[in-house]
Design a protein around this ligand. Structure first.
Ligand code: SAH
Ligand code: SF4
Length: 446
């Protein structure tokens, strides 16, 4: 979601005449787009800010801005603690960035108000040319999961009109993008008049030139039979669903206000697997949330084993000041217990992922080529229909092609194979390296 927002910000700035710098030394403005979901994410940004201080000394006039969720979360406090930050913009204030930058005021500018109607209509993100594109269909969140800061920093749910989404996807297809990922905090709560998420997904999947549609993240509540049917029957919808569980203990789910029971969640998993046997499922889990007993934790651990997720994002609970739990519950699981539980499930999940990925060895899979490996120019990278990243010697295939790959080996995250044949060529597509504006934030934590 932040990558999509960074592209949106780039689009807004490009539209106002700004151009991306290719190195930090060249930059007149450095903008950090931030996450506030866990303390670690914020700590990392604070570290990056410290690293930028020397640049400021070397280049008088350099402006440093912090935007996104952490900007909304910390606001004035951030400027007080880091007086060299020139401007701060919350997730609904990106349209004002050109003006904020141009005003070059000496006193820091802080714009973090919510705008309940902002969906950035008319703003075109600047995307690196290629095959894959993020498409934001929803901003904000109407849920109130007690551990979560998101609704408090991104505001209430707003949906992009379906007509705008479809015209953006058509435009993307005409520019050679053939894989789109629809984004929203609870994408399946999407609605525009009588167009619900299932219908929207079907319409996007049927846009000419679109080969794969992925989406993230759906919420288990409202994960309808209609949606399962679209996933199972629409050939261009990826056979992959990220379905956050968080915990398998009903008392924890209730404390988290997730609005489903473990059994209700399992019913969705069963139906998905029954209607679409090739489906791959991934999840998010939090261990060590307030009051989590060993018994609660063991239920979650067992669910991870039983559900055999393709992969999982696993987290130790991190108290966030604006979230409900921080105000009303005690963060009472000791840090070492949280870390022990987390290490245990990471280990379990890694083994399961490795088994699942290894089960592809010797098989042939269909892969859509999405680009070339950064490390080895001779290798192409793509994804299977069930969203398994696959690396293989590229031969004469090109981005956008559907190819058949025979898998020779696997890690817990990647399939490695060789090209058998090109199934279908796409038109010529130029793939551009992601423009790195500022510094890479390194690998994502798991
Ligand atoms: N809207 C998405 C989640 C967005 S946040 C959804 O509901 O699925 C991504 C993940 O971060 C969450 O699913 C949760 O597992 C994790 N997370 C959120 N707040 C957290 C916190 N305070 N501590 C630890 N993990 C958290
Ligand atoms: Fe946070 Fe819950 Fe909204 Fe996801 S659904 S963003 S976890 S409040």
């Amino acid at each position: 979601m932040n990558t999509a927002d960074s592209e949106l910000i780039m689009g807004i700035l490009n539209g106002a005449g700004f151009e991306p710098a290719h190195t930090l030394d060249e930059a007149d403005v450095i903008i950090l787009n931030t996450c506030a979901v866990r303390e670690k994410a914020e700590a990392r940004i604070l570290g990056r800010l410290t690293n930028l201080v020397p640049f400021r000394r070397l280049r008088p006039g350099l402006m440093i801005g912090v935007v996104g969720c952490m900007a909304k979360h910390l606001g004035d406090k951030l400027v007080q603690e880091r007086p060299y930050v020139d401007f701060i913009a919350g997730p609904d204030q990106y349209r004002n960035l050109p003006e904020m930058i141009r005003s070059k005021r000496r006193k820091a500018m802080i714009q973090t108000e919510f705008d309940r109607s902002e969906v950035y209509s008319g703003c075109t993100p600047t995307r690196p040319r290629g095959v894959t594109a993020w498409v934001t269909i929803q901003r904000g969140c109407n849920y109130v999961c007690t551990y979560c800061i998101v609704p408090h920093v991104r505001g209430a749910e707003r949906n992009v009109p379906a007509a705008d989404i479809l015209s953006e996807v058509r435009r993307l297809a005409s520019e050679g993008f053939s894989v789109v990922t629809l984004l929203g905090q609870t994408v399946n709560s999407y609605r525009d008049g009588d167009i619900n998420f299932a219908r929207l997904l079907r319409m996007v999947a049927q846009v000419e030139g679109i080969e794969q549609v992925r989406f993230t993240s759906p919420h288990p509540l409202g994960f309808s039979d209609e949606l399962i049917d679209v996933i199972a029957t629409e050939p261009h919808v990826a056979k992959f669903v990220h379905l956050p569980l968080q915990s398998a203990s009903d008392s924890q789910l209730a404390l988290m206000r997730r609005k489903y029971t473990f059994e209700e969640y399992q019913a969705i998993v069963r139906k998905l697997r029954e209607k679409c046997p090739e489906i791959a499922i991934s999840t998010d889990i939090i261990v060590g949330f307030c009051g989590e007993t060993e018994e609660d934790y063991l239920k979650t651990r067992q669910a991870l084993i039983d559900n055999r997720y393709a992969f999982a994002f696993l987290f130790a609970y991190s108290e966030r000041s604006l979230a409900i739990a921080a105000k009303t519950m005690k963060d009472d699981v000791p840090a070492e217990v949280k870390q022990r539980r987390l290490a245990e499930i990471i280990d379990i999940q890694q083994k399961i992922s490795k088994e699942i990925y290894t089960s592809y060895v010797g098989k042939r899979v269909e892969v859509i080529v999405e680009g070339y490996s950064r490390k080895h120019a001779e290798q192409a990278v793509g994804n299977t229909r069930d969203f398994k990243t696959t690396i293989f010697d590229k031969g004469d295939c090109e981005p956008g092609d559907w190819v058949e790959v025979e898998i020779d080996s696997a890690t817990s995250q990647t399939l490695v194979g060789h090209l058998v044949r090109i199934i279908r060529k796409s038109g010529p597509i130029q793939v551009q390296e992601q423009i790195e504006v500022g510094i890479s934030l390194g690998p994502t934590e798991s």
